[in-house]
Design a protein around this ligand. Structure first.
Ligand code: G1P
Length: 276
């Protein structure tokens, strides 16, 4: 079994109902912040973390994702030798820098089910998961890169967490644990989207995970939980009970681009950063 992380899984089969009608024919992962689709930000974060094999779990109506990470010969031909060519430099580097493989989630049965669907692309090795609608940014080092570094030391599952207002706990997986060191918590409880009164803390899981391949066997046995869906939070709780899950208070900013407010915030932030 390989012990280094080389693959990043992107669950991208959801409907994106909060962005209708924009997401009627366009996958939500393809919505752009400035000129770049959310998923490309995620892929670039994975590349920065040293991962070069992208495994994408798609669904019906997601063809645009595959086309984005492919060469468009007609477009290349049209703009070759013109000033516009530079607009393609970044995506060309992404396409040249890694490989993409895809599998489809036939039924929408939750994030845990989407990750289990990706097993065929991942196999028996530790891997990263990025939920592209959580857009992260950090000046020195990306969030996934920070986590991959921690994995090298601790060799267990790691979830990224951040403090959230208590009234928002019902939007996230929420953890409880004991301090391990400055930024790490040894997780002993995790609950998917608890009401504030039932939340074990205000530390919420955001869309960055490092998972060990044992998770697939656990997911196979995991019963539908919150919302009748198979939840990765419930599966991770099983491993947490064996002391195999750390929560990491990452360095950087995270935008919830699954909500209109977060999306606008991210757009303004990246626009400010672009110096335009
Ligand atoms: C998923 C997870 C949740 C996590 C969140 C992070 O929820 O189920 O535990 O906190 O991602 O964005 P979703 O946002 O897909 O409903």
């Amino acid at each position: 079994m390989r012990t280094t992380i080389t693959k990043c899984l992107f669950p991208a089969a959801g409907y994106g109902t909060r962005f209708l009608p924009a997401t009627k024919a366009i996958p939500k992962e393809m919505l752009p912040v400035l000129t770049k689709p959310l998923l490309q930000y995620g892929v670039e974060e994975a590349i920065e973390a040293g991962l070069h094999t992208m495994a994408i779990v798609t669904g019906r109506g997601k063809r645009a994702i595959e086309d984005h990470f492919d060469i468009s010969y007609e477009l290349e031909h049209q703009i070759k030798g013109t000033a516009k060519e530079e607009y393609l430099t970044q995506i060309r580097n992404v396409i040249n820098g890694c490989t993409f493989s895809y599998t489809r989630q036939i039924e929408m049965k939750g994030l845990g089910h989407a990750i289990l669907t990706g097993e065929t692309l991942i196999g028996e090795e530790p891997f990263a998961v990025i939920l592209a609608d959580d857009l992260c940014d950090n000046a020195e080092r990306g969030v996934l890169s920070q986590m991959v570094e921690l994995y090298k030391e601790y060799k267990c599952c790691i979830v990224a967490v951040e403090e959230i207002p208590k009234e928002d706990t019902n939007k996230y997986g929420v953890i409880a644990g004991e301090p391990f060191n400055d930024n790490l918590v040894r997780v002993y409880n995790m609950v998917e989207k608890p009401e504030p009164k039932d939340a074990p803390s205000n530390l919420a899981i955001i869309g960055r995970y490092i998972l060990t391949p044992e998770i697939f066997d656990v997911l196979r046995e995991t019963k539908p939980g919150k919302g009748g869906e198979i939840q990765i939070t419930d599966a991770l709780l099983q491993l947490a009970k064996e002391g195999q899950v750390l929560a990491y208070k990452f360095k950087g900013r995270r935008f919830d681009c699954g909500s209109v407010d977060g999306f606008v915030e991210a757009t303004n932030y990246f626009y400010g950063k672009s110096g335009k």
